[in-house]
Design a protein around this ligand. Structure first.
Ligand code: MN
Length: 358
């Protein structure tokens, strides 16, 4: 039991510092992230979250391994590096100084490297447990340096002045008359879904990017690099753009090349339709079902939760169905399967082909 606490306490301390750092960073991260994401070595955000957790557990275990043998010689150095780690968040993110942050993280590199070298001499296991943190730190140093050299601060006075706010994204005009779909999709459903929901996502996106580097980015780049409220709203704006663009009251067949790819992948067009509508019907909660292609041109049906879009998974969306309740409740009430079955007959397949890179 005592052993458990000796391991558990350092892990808990690491996590507490991590969460506090995250809290300090979250505000500024919106500002830095567009710069960070442009670095050629940046992985998708999910990698950070997973790596962060694993590394902090290993850091805690490293000290636990020392302490459980009654060796407290490295305790001060361990606490010192943790304080430097926290100080880096304060300087880089809270004070928004990439230069001071960079100096701090270089000092941290030295402290951590020293910890590892000294620890490996005494307790090799504890030293090696700390090594992943050092690798991560070198990467963070690179990102810090990249941000330091590439970040151009926006002038808050200019961007926050109401007279200079120009909304970047506009509600796209529809290529069809919203009463042309009859009972399959009523004009009233368009009034709400297009006129209110879609519009709100665009308005919110415009509101959230004011005064941030996102203001100069395209919608897809915002979706790829943002988090939180901006991700939710920008991704929903993109999803709805693909959704409404991909509809037509006068559907024609699937263009030959795309139809052949569908047959090659799913066996037949009928199989594809069945699989697509089944996926739309069985997706639990709110989300989207997509026909997407990977970088090699392979087709696949995927579902995404809430606002998520295939471009965040390195896939190119060709067409989609919105299975949020707001998409079908006016015309179909709770009958999502009926909605999916009639929706699949209203796809503008020329648009899907046009979105394809193949
Ligand atoms: Mn919707």
């Amino acid at each position: 039991m005592r052993k458990f606490f000796i391991y558990f306490t350092p892990i808990l301390i690491c996590y507490a510092v991590g969460i506090l750092s995250w809290y300090i960073q979250s505000d500024a991260l919106v500002e830095w992230y567009p710069t960070i994401i442009k670095s050629p070595l940046t992985p998708p955000p999910i990698v950070f979250t997973i790596a962060w957790s694993i590394i902090y557990i290993l850091m805690g275990l490293s000290l636990g391994t020392m302490l459980v043998r009654g060796d407290v010689s490295m305790l001060k150095l361990w606490i010192f590096q943790l304080l430097l780690n926290f100080l880096w968040s304060v300087l880089f993110f809270a004070l928004r100084s990439p230069l001071l942050g960079f100096i701090c993280i270089l000092t941290l590199d030295v402290a951590v490297f020293t910890y590892i070298i000294l620890t490996i001499g005494r307790r090799p296991a504890a030293g090696w447990l700390f090594a992943p943190y050092f690798l991560w730190l070198l990467f963070a140093t690179y990102l810090n340096g990249y941000t330091y050299s590439h970040y151009k601060p926006t002038n808050p006075a200019a961007t926050m002045n109401n007279s200079t706010i120009t909304s970047q994204f506009v509600l796209p005009a529809l290529a069809y008359d919203t009463s042309a779909f009859g009972t399959a999709l009523s004009k009233e459903s368009f009034d709400y879904h297009y006129g209110k929901h879609f519009k709100a996502y665009i308005d919110n996106t415009n509101r959230l990017i004011v005064g941030t580097p996102y203001a100069s980015m395209g919608l897809e780049d915002i979706v790829k690099s943002s988090e939180g409220a901006l991700l939710n709203n920008s991704a929903q704006a993109l999803n709805h753009r693909i959704y409404f663009e991909g509809l037509t009251p006068t559907p024609k067949g699937i263009p030959k090349e795309l139809q052949q790819r569908i047959i090659d992948t799913f066996g037949s067009t009928e199989n594809f339709v069945q699989q697509f509508t089944d996926t739309a019907t069985s997706l639990f909660g709110s989300g989207w079902v997509w026909l997407a292609e990977d970088k090699d041109g392979n087709l696949l049906i995927i579902s995404t939760k809430d606002a998520d879009n295939p471009i965040r998974h390195n896939l190119n969306p060709l067409m989609c169905i919105d299975v949020w309740e707001h998409a079908y409740y006016i015309d179909y009430r709770n009958r999502r399967a009926d909605f999916a079955k009639s929706y699949i007959n209203l796809i503008d397949w020329d648009k899907a082909q046009a979105r394809s890179n193949f």
